[in-house]
Write a protein that binds this ligand. Structure first.
Ligand code: KG4
Ligand code: ZN
Length: 332
């Protein structure tokens, strides 16, 4: 079985070909980060126009790298939400056109679900497990009962974790996307230099709020002097506060639902300090934690194809008039 995955939910144009459950034949990702870095964040109109310019070549590239003929494709799995609607529609319309012309099945995929299911490209995780998605658009905890059966048990009430990194980086004028830059700069920083708040950590729910943490960072720089000497320590402390907050909620969730397995996906999950912290703390608590390889954490179409595999296997296909949905929720 060969599945074509397509993801244009945000600022990356990506297509992948997947054979069976986890053999990635190709996974082409064209990042637009250089375009958007000029503005310190994603400009939706620029993103969707760029997808239109790139998508045909990305398709040809993915097909050529995989060494398959388009007629060998069994199903087309495409992100139809959540994300930037103008961007989503480029991939979705392309997928529909291809499905009609090749007479293939179409499967609409939730991008957040795909970040979690990307783990199956590399590991056969047992069910049930907790899925934590930490990206630029989402901070979500899901209870994954079995493939295609999920429950959202926690999410952010304002900014996503990655968004907090991006906004702090924009405030400091150190570049975009902020996550990788802050990770690099804070590698040797003192993580306990500033005790930033852990928003909502003590509350009896599994939700997050990262907007306040970003504000706490900005306020600190107004009250104290940010210098070349203390910058890496302040950034390391900020990063630690984000990850410690994530950890506290995950620990709470594992206890509440009596779950021993945790999967962490999304762009922020590429961060080596997050991976180190979760591995160490999960080990101490007797929990198993799984991370996709860093390149499978950030947006890519292989994860969309991998999710599509489970839907295709269960005969859960989408109609040709499936809609693009910007604020799509996870199906239960
Ligand atoms: O999953 P992703 O590629 O796109 C969305 O679905 O949002 O995630 C992008 C986000 C950005 O906010 C970026 O700053 C963050 O992931 N990110 C990181 C790292 N790499 C990407 N954050 C922290 N550390 C990283 N190494
Ligand atoms: Zn994403």
């Amino acid at each position: 079985m060969i599945i074509l995955g397509i993801d244009t939910s945000c600022d990356d144009t990506s297509m992948a070909l997947l054979e069976g459950k986890n053999k990635v034949l190709s996974n082409v990702v064209s990042s637009q980060a250089d375009l958007h870095s000029l503005f310190g964040g994603i400009v939706p109109e620029i993103a969707s126009r760029r997808h239109v310019e790139l998508i045909d070549n990305i398709y040809r590239d993915a097909i050529a790298k995989a060494g398959v003929s388009p007629h060998e494709i069994d199903a087309i799995s495409v992100t139809n939400g959540p994300g930037l609607i103008g961007s989503i529609l480029v991939g979705l319309c392309f997928a529909k056109g291809l499905a009609v012309s090749l007479k293939k099945s179409l499967i609409g995929i939730n991008h957040v679900e795909a970040h979690v299911m990307s783990i199956f490209l590399e590991y056969d995780v047992g069910f049930p497990f907790l899925g934590l998605v930490v990206s630029g658009g989402h901070t979500t905890i899901m209870l994954v009962h079995e493939p295609c059966v999920y429950e959202v048990i926690g999410s952010t009430r304002d900014d996503a974790a990655g968004e907090a990194f991006d906004k702090v980086a924009k405030f400091l004028g150190i570049g975009y996307p902020g996550g990788q830059i802050i990770e690099r700069m804070s590698r040797t920083g003192k993580r306990d230099f500033v005790m930033f708040p852990r928003p909502m950590a003590e509350e009896d729910n599994l939700d997050f709020s990262f907007s306040g943490l970003k504000t706490a960072f900005i306020n600190w720089t107004r009250k104290n002097k940010l210098t070349e000497d203390n910058l890496i320590d302040v950034l390391a402390s900020f990063q630690e506060a984000v990850f410690d907050t994530l950890w506290r909620k995950i620990l709470k969730a594992t206890k509440r639902f009596n779950i021993k397995r945790v999967v962490v996906g999304g762009g922020v999950a590429a961060n080596s300090r997050l991976r180190e912290m979760f591995r160490e703390r999960c080990g101490n608590e007797g929990l198993l934690v799984y991370f996709p390889s860093p390149t499978n954490c950030t947006d890519n179409a292989a994860m969309v194809a991998a999710t599509g595999y489970f839907y295709f296997e269960r005969g859960r296909l989408s109609p040709l008039d499936i809609k693009g949905i910007s604020r799509m929720r996870i199906k239960v």
